[in-house]
Design a protein around this ligand. Sequence first.
Ligand code: GLA
Length: 713
Amino acid sequence: MPATSDFVVLHGCSSSLLLHAPVGGWPSVLYFGERLGGGVSAAEVFRLRRRQGAKGGPSEEVVATLSCEPGTGYLGPSGLNVHREGRSWAPTLRVISVEQEEGCAEIRCRDDAHGVHAVYRFTLDARNDVLAIDTELGNDGDDRLAIDWAAVACIPLAPELDELMHFSGRWSGEFQTDRHRLRQGGFLVENRRGRTSHDRFPGLVLCTARTDERAGACLGVHLAWSGNSRLRVDTLADGRRILQCGELLLPGELRLAANERYRTPRLYLRHSASGLSEMSAGFHDYFHRKLKGARTGGRPRPVHYNTWEAVYFDHSLPVLTELVDAAADIGVERFVLDDGWFKGRRDERSGLGDWVVDRGVFPEGLHPLIERVHSRGMEFGLWVEPEMISEDSDLFRAHPDWVLAAPPAAQTPFRHQLVLDMARPEVADNVFGQIDALLDEYEIGYLKWDMNRDLNHPGARAGTASVHAQTHAVYSLIDRLREKHPQIEIESCASGGARTDLGILARTDRLWVSDNNDAIDRQRIQRGASFFFPLSVIGAHVGARRCHVTNRVLPMALRAPTAMFGHLGVEADLLGMDDADRAELGAAIALYKEHRELIHGGELVRLDGLAWQNAIGVVSRDRRSALFSYCQLESHDEVLPGVLRFAGLDATLRYRLRLIWPASDCTPTPQALENSGLTGDGYEVSGEALVKAGLQLPLLYPQTCLVFALDSV
Ligand code: GLA
């Protein structure tokens, strides 16, 4: 329906979006924040927020439009850099039409002189207040239009949002959160790795100095894209602060022919006036709904066993069969055969590209193994890395020119592998054919889709840069396989968490957020990932007693509950595990199964705490049951660890509070736990007391995790 005024108004449950989009004029975001009531008109907000010109500047301040394009005279960083061989660099996109429907608005803009048009689509999901923005740019001219930068949209930020959280990291140390005050100038996150990356996650949180998990304004930002990205927040000298996010384009990477269009990745925003946990809950609800497809819908997420850290490349049918049995014995439901099963893959130097079973290791193919997995009541999953190729492979010997490269620059060595140019149809067809044949031959319910190197030289055959095309080609390949094999679930992995974003999650079902199974590190990594992703998709494995990545020895009493608050799996070598650990792990898996509907379907609350603590909880939608995990990561200075104030509970209800983990001793003063009355059946207490007064925590050994169950009485 065409809009009847100069304004677009979209309301969610807790937020409102106001856009100013007068036909013939410039479009801009007027307001995105706490929900405005029916008595507030967009016109009055426009009037209230009108800025004046200042001495020493233009007589009327230049509006920050949806693209902050140079033709408007805007002198902050532009949100749209285009040109035709250096000309046509200063377009101005004026509104030509506005369509609005329930929860959704589409603003079409055009610059006839420069032959450019833009279509901005805003969709505010009223169930969870997630705002999705998609933008399309089109070349209406006759000659090629180069796009150097196209922010999805330029969003002026509310003045109180002057702090920023971002998520950096490294291999085995993903989702490290950092928070600081924004100052004059720009804050920039640029990822050029050709995959989402470990270190430059395409997400931010803007907030105030007072915002914490329970209170205060915040704005979550996530670009749903698995290639290169740029997120920037510019604080201008005039006091305005503008957010821009989009795909980072390499030189010459995107040149639109006449009538060709470019669609930006989707940008997600979620505003909350009530703290960080509520913001995350909005994202979780949105992503849950998107993921509730035919594949996982309604089905409990199966407990995994993954073979990687148990056997690495050393595959043998007898050992794997023993592992299958050991996994089934402790309650595992899906057995995933990791790297090492395919032709010539005895170490990381060879084999990628040849997706056929190694007959030297598995003379009868994978049939005997899969039969064993099925006979023990489990589903079978298989590791693949479809975009990659080893120089020592039949595929490379046949097609050495199928790789991305930027000659004469030498390839950067990286795990002995190169990247296939997936945008070439013959390459994509070949890989599709091989994976498709595997899925046809074997009953495989699950693929772990890995991607283990950066794209240091992402050049296509034509000599052009190709991260944009590569990313779309990978998406298409997954979509094509999905279409043919709709029952398959897929996990997104890239050397751990280097491809964790909603672009990939829209077509996959689980995120392997880190190769690091050290439970202490995992507490932080999973907490960071939970700002955007629900626990149901965060893969979390119980690793070896002595962690393979950090060499730290951690007890099962900590490793198991850490993995329980995610999509639980086991990666430790079950054959080398002692009986006590195995029994404790079996008990944890049983406990997880008992509570996983709540863990995966409830609302996540993160509790504020000190650096040596991590406490989170999940509360059922009706607030009648909850599970809380309190983890003491290190030693502390004071005599006792302080008070745990629960959150998300219904203050009007009474709950039975029980300590359900650990089963074994975790405190230097065991009588303190017994005397607390929390073990066994626990005791009844009001929700209000739990939230307002909180529970005094007992003295605990460091590296201890307590899990509390609450059920309304
Ligand atoms: C990557 C993954 C690991 C494992 C190995 C196999 O590093 O993140 O989980 O699958 O590859 O080579």
